[in-house]
Ligand binder design. Structure first.
Ligand code: SAH
Ligand code: SF4
Length: 431
């Protein structure tokens, strides 16, 4: 994807054209900290050093992928489409891109030849590039996709009997440092653009051959029926881009996934949770993982900023505002750390009053991980206590382990990106 697709990335301010990368990165980190320190209550650093690679300003043709309808209208008008026609043109182009999966303006046959030629000159329809595609013994597919600046992220497709779920990444790496998570050990970070987020869905649909024949009714069983924002990154630290991409996925004249089939997982960015209910309205999953602040501080360090009580408080309002049935609490089972009967009892006590389901995730090990997976018997005993208290407590079956595609194992791609940092800097115009 060219640099033109960069609209919407969090960027350090271009204060001085000659400012060195180090200076600009420094400015950015300060801004970042100022923003976050407003609500910060703990002293320990929660995030790792943030390395954000500044980018060139967009130039050349604009990517139409990832723009909301309103933004697409704006860019069409800015490029000469008469205002009166703009809404209709957006509707037409939108259907071609998101309903039929068309990438070539020439194929948009309900637009005049002249307009098609004009579009082809001014715009592109560009997706992340698929670098590798691995298929697990269990049918799980992992794609490594390359995005602007040479970064790479992973996308995982998990087929099940009654659904097919795409696990989408929202950032390159993650600024948070959950101690059991492979992604959290990775430093290089940038937010993905809305184009890069919805682009993951589009490349997966390409691979699954899921775009309908032009003009055909789209009522077949979907191979890609659900999206979970559970790949690399903390989606609520990239709110606007995630929101815009999910709005595109839900649009009734495009990919048409119901908001009930989209689940956003967060480690607990409390101030953004109410906004998620209002502005996205999808299902919510919380990476809970511990029943005391002492343990959660260690496992999910963002807990030092927003603790269990603050998190639960904001969750109470979520189902009503988003009109969703219940919240999923994700709970990774770590041997001897958070998996006792007492933990299970505390858990059900804590979430009392919140319509919930508890997803128990057997810990997926990765090279150098400081934890062990709880035994099957322990996980079953924990699940039973939660179940007896009236909550569904499914144990998540690890998928795609043989290709390192299971929860918390995504990282390898970005490590490569870190190695080629010099190259990335060169590509972004820094050297
Ligand atoms: N940043 C978001 C979404 C990505 S992580 C979040 O933390 O919620 C998706 C889920 O995988 C989270 O519940 C996370 O806690 C869990 N996870 C991370 N590492 C894991 C591991 N090694 N084994 C099992 N689950 C893990
Ligand atoms: Fe980031 Fe989520 Fe991993 Fe924590 S669990 S480090 S928030 S990706």
């Amino acid at each position: 994807m060219p640099d033109t697709a960069q609209v919407g990335i969090t960027l350090p301010p271009e204060t001085n054209a000659d400012a060195s990368f180090a200076n600009r990165a420094h400015i950015y980190i300060e801004m970042h900290q100022t923003q976050e320190s407003r609500t910060m209550s703990a002293t320990a650093p929660i995030t790792q050093d943030v390395h954000t690679i500044p980018r060139k300003l967009p130039e050349g043709p604009v990517n139409l992928v990832g723009l909301t309808r309103d933004k697409m209208r704006e860019v069409l008008i800015a490029h000469g489409t008469p205002e009166k026609q703009a809404k209709m043109r957006v509707g037409q182009i939108w259907q071609w891109i998101y309903l039929w999966g068309v990438r070539d303006f020439e194929a948009m046959t309900n637009l005049s030849k002249a307009f098609r030629a004009q579009l082809a000159e001014q715009f592109v329809i560009q997706l992340p590039e698929v670098v590798t595609r691995q298929v697990s013994k269990d049918g799980t597919r992992k794609y490594l996709v390359r995005i602007a600046g040479g970064h790479e992220v992973e996308v995982v497709y998990i087929p099940e009997e009654d659904r097919g779920t795409l696990c989408v990444s929202s950032q390159v790496g993650c600024t948070l440092t959950c101690s059991f998570c492979h992604t959290g050990t990775q430093k290089l970070v940038r937010n993905l653009t809305a184009a890069e987020i919805i682009g993951q869905v589009m490349v997966a649909r390409d691979d699954l051959g899921e775009w309908p024949e032009i003009g055909a009714r789209n009522n077949e069983k979907r191979l890609l029926s659900n999206i979970v924002l559970m790949g690399m990154g903390e989606p609520l630290y990239n709110f606007e881009n995630v929101r815009d991409a999910m709005k595109i996925a839900m649009d009734p004249e495009g990919i048409q996934l119901s908001r009930r089939r989209i689940t956003l997982s967060t480690s607990g960015v409390v101030p953004e949770i109410a906004r998620t209910a209002q502005e996205i309205g999808c299902q919510l999953a919380i990476s809970f993982h511990a029943t005391t602040d002492e343990v959660r501080d260690k496992l999910v360090p963002i807990n030092k900023r927003w603790n269990i009580a603050e998190l639960l408080e904001v969750l109470k309002a979520y189902p009503k505002v988003s009109n969703s049935e219940r919240i999923t609490f994700e709970y990774v089972m770590l041997h001897g750390v958070n998996d006792s009967d007492d933990d299970a009892r505390r858990l059900v006590e804590l979430i009392k009053g919140i319509p919930a389901k508890i997803n128990l995730i057997p810990f997926n090990e990765w090279p150098g991980a400081p934890y062990k997976r709880s035994s099957n018997n322990r996980i079953r005993a924990f699940s039973e206590i939660v179940y007896q208290a009236g909550y569904a407590s499914p144990i998540r079956k690890p998928r795609g382990e043989d290709i390192m595609a299971a929860c918390g194992q995504l990282k390898s791609a970005t490590e490569r990106a870190r190695k080629s940092r010099k190259q990335i800097e060169a590509e972004t115009g820094l050297t």
